[in-house]
Design a protein around this ligand. Structure first.
Ligand SMILES: [Mg+2]
Ligand SMILES: [Zn+2]
Length: 194
């Protein structure tokens, strides 16, 4: 297992980094996994997750990401956080929540390779899912990535719409109370070696 102790900057956790994402070493059928956050990695709650103590990572999600890491796929979080625009959520709070997220995953041997966040109000940008901007941003950091070897995973129609608009395959989760783990077999099958 590769342990990566990455020192995340606030900018990275806010989804503002445009640094290249290193190419996967392994040759996989699918090598770029884009994960929605709320209802996929952590439990949905009314309003926004604004306090790290309110971040409730769904059972099994850490293991799924760790297995994707071990396969050699690159794993990026793509999340709408409109609360930044409305003032319901501060950037400081979002950074704190994402620090808790990466720490909880790291404790289970799992890591993320990047974050992309839409902080905008509806109708004011090209990145709020179901628009494709977050996926386009992620792909632009991974010059090696191919749409056909990428998968977007999420629990909502917004995720599905973003994937369709970006031209990448979509893996839909049927139950946000269960999240990522419900499709672990399909995901791992996608990310097998060729
Ligand atoms: Mg969601
Ligand atoms: Zn946006």
């Amino acid at each position: 297992m590769t342990l990566i102790h990455h020192a995340w900057t606030d900018e990275e956790l806010l989804g503002r980094s445009r640094e290249p994402i290193a190419a996967p070493v392994a040759l996989l059928r699918t090598n770029f996994v884009l994960l929605d956050r709320d209802g996929t990695l952590n439990r949905l709650r009314p309003g926004y997750v604004s306090d790290p103590d309110d971040l409730d990572v769904l059972p099994g999600a850490v293991d799924v990401v760790r297995q994707l890491n071990e396969c050699g796929a690159k794993v990026v979080v793509v999340t709408n956080q409109r609360g930044i625009a409305t003032g319901a959520l501060s950037e400081h709070q979002l950074v704190a929540v994402h620090r808790r997220l990466v720490a909880e995953f790291a404790a289970g041997g799992a890591h993320f390779d990047g974050f992309h966040v839409c902080p905008h109000e509806e109708g004011t940008c090209d990145c709020r899912k179901p628009l494709p901007g977050l996926i386009v941003q992620a792909l632009s950091r991974a010059k090696w990535a191919e749409a056909s070897r990428t998968v977007m995973v999420g629990d909502s129609d917004r995720d599905r719409g973003a994937a369709r608009a970006a031209g990448v395959p979509f893996l839909g989760l049927d139950d946000p109370k269960v999240g990522l783990v419900q499709k672990v077999q399909k995901l791992l099958a996608l990310c097998t070696h060729e």
